[in-house]
Design a protein around this ligand. Structure first.
Ligand SMILES: [Fe+2]
Length: 294
């Protein structure tokens, strides 16, 4: 009889949780006395999402690295993948050669199980022939989209030449930002880190238009992602984060002092209420389910 009373008490103490709200997909038996978990506030807000960024593939292309990243992205399964440019080696006006380069690259990203968003770098648009080729194969060299109330700006820093966002592009983004003034966050993807001076390629026009572009972003939460330098860097300007990513196959320098900033990676971004949270995943640290074949 005592055993039966204890059993009923324990049974009453257990409730089936299938409650509304954040845990509506969770069914679990909860005891009032003790449970082997911390809490049940699953990190699954409907507006949070995750995507990946890949960095420079070329500029001293090391074969196989980007292809490895594609396989590992298919393991990680972000919702989509976005680039910051230098996808092909480029620097040619030979039509057949350009088609071969783009066919090779498209063959890689077409193996991704999720969408891939192209952004041009100086190796992708180096001359008017390459600009025309981009337009023929990929359409616009700058564009935007909105996902879960986050505005993505994909800019072309080779318009019409190195380290420049052209006038028409400035006007395009001026309208986009005006039309999307209330989004919860804005993310900028562009190849060259225009906030860093480059004596060799900077022009008055390029600098002027960068300041125009940056002023369009003022007053809203935003984060900037770029590449080109093949070494990782994070800085804060105007209380906003500006990143230069390392490589996903591009050449890596040998300066010992910068060794910690040089790696092949995928950036894993989780969009939260407080902005993007970044995790740098080294390609060599992403292993499939058979890391030690028998
Ligand atoms: Fe570059």
């Amino acid at each position: 009889m005592r055993f039966l009373r204890n059993f009923v008490f324990i049974a009453l103490a257990i409730v089936l949780v299938g409650c509304a709200g954040v845990n509506q997909n969770l069914e679990i038996q909860v005891s009032e006395q003790a449970n082997p978990w911390t809490h049940l506030n699953l990190y699954n807000k409907a507006d949070n999402f995750q995507f990946a960024i890949v960095s420079d593939r070329t500029g001293g292309h090391r074969p196989g690295v980007f292809a490895d990243a594609v396989e590992k992205l298919n393991l990680l399964k972000p919702e989509f993948v976005i680039s910051i440019g230098d996808l092909i080696q480029g620097y040619t006006e030979d039509d057949a050669e350009l088609n071969t380069m783009w066919d090779e690259f498209d063959g890689l990203v077409n193996r991704l199980q999720m969408p891939f968003f192209y952004v041009p770098g100086n190796h992708d648009i180096s001359n008017p022939v390459m600009a025309k080729k981009w337009h023929q194969r990929l359409g616009p060299s700058y564009y935007h989209f909105v996902y879960h109330d986050v505005l993505f700006l994909c800019a072309n820093t080779e318009d019409p030449y190195r380290r420049c966002i052209g006038d028409r592009q400035i006007e395009y983004f001026r309208k986009v930002l005006k039309d999307n003034s209330k989004v919860r966050w804005t993310l900028v993807f562009m190849h060259e880190p225009l906030w860093k001076p480059d004596e060799k390629f900077d022009t008055d026009k390029g600098k002027e238009n960068w300041h125009k572009f940056e002023s369009l972003l003022a007053g809203r939460p935003y984060t900037v992602f770029s590449g080109h330098q093949h070494r990782y860097d994070k800085s804060v300007h105007n209380s906003r984060r500006y990143y230069v990513l390392a490589t996903t196959g591009g050449t890596q320098g040998k300066e010992p002092t910068l060794a910690k900033c040089r790696f092949d990676h995928i950036v894993w971004v989780t969009m939260t209420d407080d902005g993007p949270v970044m995790a740098n995943l080294l390609l060599e640290g992403i292993l499939d389910d058979e890391p030690c074949p028998q």
